[in-house]
Design a protein around this ligand. Sequence first.
Ligand SMILES: C[S@@+](CC[C@H](N)C(=O)[O-])C[C@H]1O[C@@H](n2cnc3c(N)ncnc32)[C@H](O)[C@@H]1O
Length: 443
Amino acid sequence: MMTPEHITNTVNAVYSERARNGSDTVYSTTVASAVGYTPDQLASIPTSSNLGLSCGNPVAIAGLRPGETVLDLGCGGGLDVFLAADQVGLTGIAIGLDGSEDMVDLARRNASAKGVKAPHVAFAQASLTTELPIESSSVDCILSNCVLNLLPESGKASILKEAHRVLKPEGRIHLSDIVAIKDIPDEIRKDLSLYVNCVSGAISKAQYEDLLHEAGFQEFSLVDTGVDLDAYYLYSPQQQQQQSCCAPKLPALGGAEAKPSFKANDFVGAFLGLLKYLVSSSTNVTASYEIYAQKSPSPSEIISSTVLKNWWDAYPTVKSSPEAITAEQVAALIRDPTKNPKDFVVVDVRRNDHAGGHVRGSSQCPAQTFYDDALSYFERFKDSERVIFYCQSSNGRGPRCAGWYQDYLDSVSHASSKAYVLSGGIKGWMAKYRDQTDLIDYD
Ligand SMILES: C[S@@+](CC[C@H](N)C(=O)[O-])C[C@H]1O[C@@H](n2cnc3c(N)ncnc32)[C@H](O)[C@@H]1O
């Protein structure tokens, strides 16, 4: 039996593999051109952001305007996010969510190559089948390209509800997806391999309309794009053996439903055969659709100015666990006349909430831009044996920035310097030393 969890895990494993292995550029370009991307669009994005996994070009029909906030669900290597970012301009925001850590890593590398960064362009790892890490009523336009068909049935319903929640009143959603245009036979429905290849999970137009309705969308249209799905297979016989529509190289599938001695060629043959049959005979069962829906205005909804619920979701998860250092130890360092910046530096990562003082001699390095500026901080602090971070209570931003800094030190094997977290943060510091002016700087 294909449980929702099994579907999600398998889809994640397969697309993660594609993110790690990349894609043949000629193949990806052929697919992208077939589904509507122009040569100019493809030239404007990092090559590895197009993995040949799309089934339409939702940005082309989204009518994006400068200053808008756009969210791409299942962003892959980031191609639609980059195209959207160019259209919304520097005053706009384009965010991509994907469940695969490898995809998000790839998208972030692509962002770096394109020279764009948070908060203008951000990628975060998030499951589309649970609550999105996005503020309510914060998004003007949602995009998604060949993703919803991959979600388990319950996930298709919940993501549309989440989409409705995060859209601003009168916000819109433009999806490109595979839709079932005939009953899909049971043997195909139950085939997990065909599921990850965007066939078995396709639902009918009527089912899609019901889900949109249940999610709260009142106005919508589903349009058959007429994209020739066969185009994916007309490229080269050799490529046909390796890759397929919206689908990664074949997974080493595990689990009860998967064929234990799974052979890639059997699968590709079956899938290609199936798709050719579907496309070129009168019994086609899937087609590429563009789905458009708009949220009705609701004056009572508060429009938030932030989009990602947690700003740190735009950055990699911290791997290291920097040690704590007590206020007494730091005070002793500050008061010791033999100590200098080669021995220690103190870093305040608060941004707007530092009224009331800092630990004496602190450098101010706001957490929200810390990761992007890590290299310049390294240049500043690399000769210090101890780099001591704090925020308000040293529960969130302090440990996070210390972790990112330590991760950076580890990545460049710089062992002569180490990150620490000041226990209790500035709150604890002030509670102990409020009257001791040699330990406090005021703004
Ligand atoms: C067919 S690819 C399309 C990628 C991208 N939209 C494009 O056009 O290149 C599907 C993407 O959806 C992501 N995805 C699938 N199921 C997901 C889920 N349950 N949660 C989050 N992401 C998911 C995959 O990791 C993959 O990157």
